[in-house]
Design a protein around this ligand. Structure first.
Ligand SMILES: [Mn+2]
Length: 347
């Protein structure tokens, strides 16, 4: 596996110099953030970013994310235009040596929490989802923690009404249409598309979600069997639902060679649907991290791995979930899990 670290570009508080000092770190997972969603990513911009990363001895083989415009998810008349731009971006990324693109297919909202600063007993804080607080949210007047409020209220209204009547089946058909259109470019350029699961993995605000569980993955791979169609296995997202057996999913998907990218983080369940993010090791939460890694390694997984959200510890300022300290601790824990699993299952 290749251990990687998410980096939000040159303006990130966490620097490449810090990232490269984390033991066994191979590269960063990043994106170009100043291009409008749906427009082509120019090759020169991609190469300029790669140069900055490579100059520090780090690789840039994974992009997270190339966002999928709502027109593609909705299947509007403009989708073919946006798909042609997406294909151009894939080709440019391939030319720059990118091997894996993480994306998601969640309508309107991607990850969702009700607080970014849940107070833990040890003094740290972390992201959490409390059902009781979620129920109080009004989709017509949303101020979600961490959501960049990229839509003005009236734009959000328009978008939400465009999704009126959108079914799971229709959304899947739109996803299949998109994937079938881009797969030839992926196969030619050896770029793997790794869909991130819904976070949390259930419908929110009446909007359908279709990358949430084993059945969803079965439907997806049946419809688009290309070897470039796969997943970002995000343990914390899938694991937020008690109905998902994450080690079993890791086993099944890696046996089918569908896992290209791994996000490792742990969560703790409480209440019915409530969960909070915790430190990465298994004893901190509800997921068996060693069993997940073991299942993957046993099946020959050799993809990219990164520590997902960390807690905020040691009073680190900055972006909740994406500080240096707890993610670096998570990275060394992950390296340890893989070292042991790879030793046991060495071919
Ligand atoms: Mn994730």
């Amino acid at each position: 596996m290749k251990l990687t670290f998410r980096w939000y570009g040159p303006s990130d508080r966490v620097t490449l110099d810090q990232i490269r000092e984390i033991p066994t770190m191979s590269g960063v997972v990043t994106a170009i953030y100043d291009i409008k969603v749906g427009e082509e990513w120019p090759l020169d911009k991609i190469l300029a970013l790669k140069k900055i990363v490579n100059a520090k001895g780090l690789e840039m083989e994974v992009i997270e994310s190339v966002p999928v415009p709502e027109d593609i998810k909705l299947g509007t008349g403009k989708r073919d235009y946006y798909i042609s731009n997406y294909i151009k971006t894939i080709k440019n990324l391939s030319k720059a040596g990118v091997k894996c693109i993480c994306y998601n297919f969640m309508p309107v909202f991607d990850w969702l929490r009700t607080t970014l600063a849940y107070q833990n007993k040890d003094g740290s804080t972390s992201l959490a989802y409390l059902e009781e607080d979620f129920k109080k949210l009004d989709p017509k007047n949303l101020h979600l923690p961490g959501w960049d409020e990229s839509y003005k209220p009236e734009e959000l209204q328009k978008l939400l009404s465009a999704y009126q009547g959108m079914s799971h089946e229709k959304l899947l058909a739109n996803m299949v249409y998109f994937l079938k259109a881009i797969m030839p470019a992926c196969e030619e350029g050896d770029v793997k598309m790794a869909v991130h699961p819904d976070d949390p993995p259930w419908d929110i605000f009446g909007l359908p979600r279709i990358v949430s569980n084993e059945k969803d993955y079965e439907n997806l791979f049946k419809a688009v069997p290309s070897k470039c169609n796969g997943v970002t296995l995000c343990t914390g997202s899938l694991g937020a639902s008690r109905a998902n057996d994450v080690p079993a999913l890791a086993d099944k998907l890696s046996k089918e060679n569908r896992v290209f990218f791994l996000h490792l983080r742990n969560i703790r369940h409480f209440g019915t649907n409530d969960f909070q993010e915790v430190g990465h090791p298994s004893p901190c939460g509800s997921l068996n991290m060693a069993a997940i890694v073991e299942a993957l390694v046993k099946n020959g997984f050799d993809g990219y791995v990164r520590p997902d959200h960390g807690r905020t510890i040691w009073n680190e300022p900055g972006k909740p979930g994406y500080g240096l300290f707890d993610r670096a601790l998570g990275a060394t824990y992950i390296a340890g899990l893989f070292e042991e699993a790879e030793r046991r299952y060495a071919k």
